[in-house]
Design a protein around this ligand. Structure first.
Ligand code: BG6
Length: 469
C-alpha cells in the first residue's frame, strides 16, 4: 500500500462494552451488575432495583442481534472487534465457585461469528460491570476478597477462550476508579463520599487483580497477550508559569501511576509521596508485591479529549463533561457534551506513553458522541455525519504522525462502532456509531440498524490501510 504510515497488519476495528450494548439484563441466568441500577449514568442517583427507564436493560438488543451486527462490522472490513464480557453473565453474583454455562455459551457464539468473518477478538474482562452483589455485600473493590473472585472469573475465561482470543484487557479505564467509584469499582458511595483511604486500597486491589490475571494467562493461555487499559487525557499548562507546569506534572502523575505499575511492576516514588502526604497507609502484602511484577504485554487506552491545569485556584474552572476534573482549555472547541476536541493530543499521548513505557500501544476507544438525524438519501435511510468523519479523520491523521515519530501502535478500535447507551449520561441520543440504531432516549424505536455516511468512509480507510485519510 502506498502513501500510508500505517504498518501492514495494523488492526482496524471498533469497540463496545456489554452493559451498553447487549440488553437482556436478566437472560439465561445473568445476575445484576452495577449498571442495572444506574439509570442516569455516572452522576445520576442509583435505583434500588432495575427500573424501566434504564436504557441499558434492553441496550440495543445486541444479545439477540449480534450476528447481524458483526456482519455489518465485517462489511466495513474490521480486522478486530473489542467487546467486554459481562462478569455477571459468567458469575451472576460474583462469588460463586462454578460459572454459569449459558453465559459462557453466549460468548462462544460471539467468537464463532467473529471467526466466521475473520475478525480478531479483543476482550475486556471487566468494563464497568461489577456484579451488583459484590458491590452490596462486599463494598466492591474496597474489599480484598474481590481479588479472588476476579481471579476465578479471569481464570475461567482464559481456560475457556484462551486458545481463541489473543488480546485481553484486564480493567476498562482502571484509572477512573477514584473519580467514579461505583461505576468503576462497584463501591457504594455514602453521603460525603468514599474515604480516600478506602479508594486507594481499592485501587491497590484492582492493580493486584490485574497483575494476577496476567500471571494466570501466562500459565493457562501462553499465546495470549494481556494489556492494561487506561483513560488517557493529555494535560496542558493553562499558562507558561512554572507553577502551572508543576500542577500539570502532579495531575499527570495521578493518571500515569496505573500504567507505571502495569509496565514496571511496582509503585513509583511520586505515588508513595502522595500516600505519605495524605496520611494513607495501604495494606500491601509480600504476595501482592510479587504479583505486581507480572507486567503487561501492551498498553491500551481511550482517547477523547485533553484538559488544561493550573496552580491558580482563581482560574480553576472545571471543564464540562469529563470525569477526571481539570480546567477548560480556551484554545479548543468542544462537542455538544462539552468534551474538548483535540486531535493533536492523541499524537502527544501516543508519544508520551511510548517514551515512558516502551510497550506496544493499542488505541481501543476514540470517537465523537453527537446527536444524529436519520434522513433519506436515494431512498435509503442514513445519517450524513460529516462532523463524525471530520473528527475521526483528524484523529487518525495524528495516529499516522505518531507512527512516523516511531511509536509502535498495534491497532485502533473506534468507540461505539454501532450506536450504544452512553456510559456517563445513559442516553442513546449521544451516538458514536457508524451504524445508526433506531432507539431513542425514551426507549422507543424499532431497533433497526442503518449505515451512516461514516460507514462507507471507514470502510475506505480500512481498505486503504489509512491511505485515504
Ligand atoms: C469511556 C468508557 O470512558 O468513554 C465507555 O470506557 C464510554 O464505556 C466512553 O461509553 C464514552 O463515554 P460516554 O459517556 O459518552 O458514553
Amino acid at each position: 500500500m502506498t502513501n500510508t504510515p500505517f504498518p501492514d497488519g495494523f488492526l482496524w476495528g471498533g469497540a463496545t462494552a456489554a452493559n451498553q450494548i447487549e440488553g437482556a439484563y436478566d437472560a439465561d441466568g445473568k445476575g445484576l451488575s452495577v449498571q442495572d441500577v444506574m439509570p442516569r449514568g455516572i452522576s445520576g442517583p442509583r435505583s434500588e432495583t432495575p427500573t424501566a427507564d434504564n436504557l441499558k436493560l434492553v441496550g440495543i438488543d445486541h444479545y439477540h442481534r449480534y450476528a447481524e451486527d458483526i456482519a455489518l462490522f465485517a462489511e466495513m472490513g474490521f480486522g478486530v472487534y473489542r467487546f467486554s464480557i459481562a462478569w455477571s453473565r459468567i458469575f451472576p453474583k460474583g462469588d460463586e465457585t462454578e460459572p454459569n454455562e449459558a453465559g459462557l455459551a453466549f460468548y462462544e457464539r460471539i467468537l464463532d461469528e467473529l471467526e466466521k468473518h475473520g475478525i480478531e477478538p479483543l476482550v475486556t474482562i471487566s468494563h464497568y460491570e461489577t456484579p451488583l452483589h459484590l458491590a452490596e455485600q462486599y463494598g466492591g473493590w474496597t474489599n480484598r476478597e474481590l481479588i479472588g473472585f476476579y481471579e476465578r472469573y479471569a481464570r475461567t475465561l482464559f481456560e475457556r477462550f484462551g486458545s481463541r482470543v489473543k488480546y485481553w484487557l484486564t480493567f476498562n479505564e482502571i484509572n477512573s476508579l477514584l473519580h467514579a467509584p461505583f461505576m468503576s469499582g462497584g463501591i457504594p458511595i455514602p453521603e460525603g463520599g468514599v474515604p480516600e483511604q478506602q479508594l486507594y486500597q481499592a485501587m491497590h486491589h484492582e492493580l493486584v487483580a490485574s497483575a494476577r490475571a496476567t500471571r494466570i494467562a501466562r500459565e493457562v493461555a501462553p499465546e495470549a497477550k494481556v494489556g492494561c487499559m487506561v483513560l488517557s487525557m493529555p494535560i496542558y499548562p493553562l499558562t507558561p508559569s512554572p507553577d502551572d507546569a508543576v500542577a500539570v506534572m502532579e495531575a499527570d502523575h495521578g493518571n500515569l501511576v496505573y500504567g507505571d505499575v502495569h509496565t514496571r511492576g511496582a509503585y513509583p516514588g511520586y505515588f508513595l509521596r502522595t500516600l505519605r502526604e495524605k496520611g494513607i497507609e495501604l495494606d500491601i502484602t509480600d504476595q501482592d508485591r510479587d504479583d505486581l511484577t507480572h507486567t503487561v504485554d501492551f498498553v491500551s487506552f481511550s482517547y477523547y479529549m485533553s484538559i488544561a491545569e493550573t496552580a491558580d485556584p482563581a482560574k480553576k474552572v472545571a471543564g464540562e463533561g469529563n470525569i477526571m476534573g481539570g480546567v477548560s482549555n480556551p484554545t479548543l472547541e468542544a462537542s455538544e457534551w462539552g468534551w474538548q476536541i483535540d486531535p493533536v493530543g492523541l499524537r502527544l499521548v501516543l508519544n508520551q506513553f511510548w517514551d515512558r513505557w516502551q510497550k506496544p500501544l493499542f488505541i481501543v476507544e476514540n470517537g465523537l458522541g453527537a446527536r444524529d438525524q436519520l434522513v433519506e438519501v436515494d431512498g435509503e435511510k442514513t445519517v450524513v455525519d460529516d462532523y463524525r468523519i471530520a473528527y475521526l479523520n483528524d484523529h487518525l491523521v495524528q495516529v499516522g504522525e505518531a507512527i512516523e515519530d516511531g511509536v509502535e501502535v498495534l491497532g485502533y478500535t473506534s468507540w461505539g462502532c454501532i450506536d450504544i447507551v452512553s456510559a456517563s449520561t445513559a442516553q442513546l441520543s449521544k451516538r458514536y456509531g457508524f451504524i445508526y440504531v433506531d432507539r431513542g432516549d425514551d426507549g422507543t424505536g424499532s431497533l433497526d440498524r442503518y449505515r451512516k455516511k461514516s460507514f462507507g468512509w471507514y470502510a475506505d480507510v480500512i481498505r486503504s490501510n489509512g491511505a485515504s485519510l
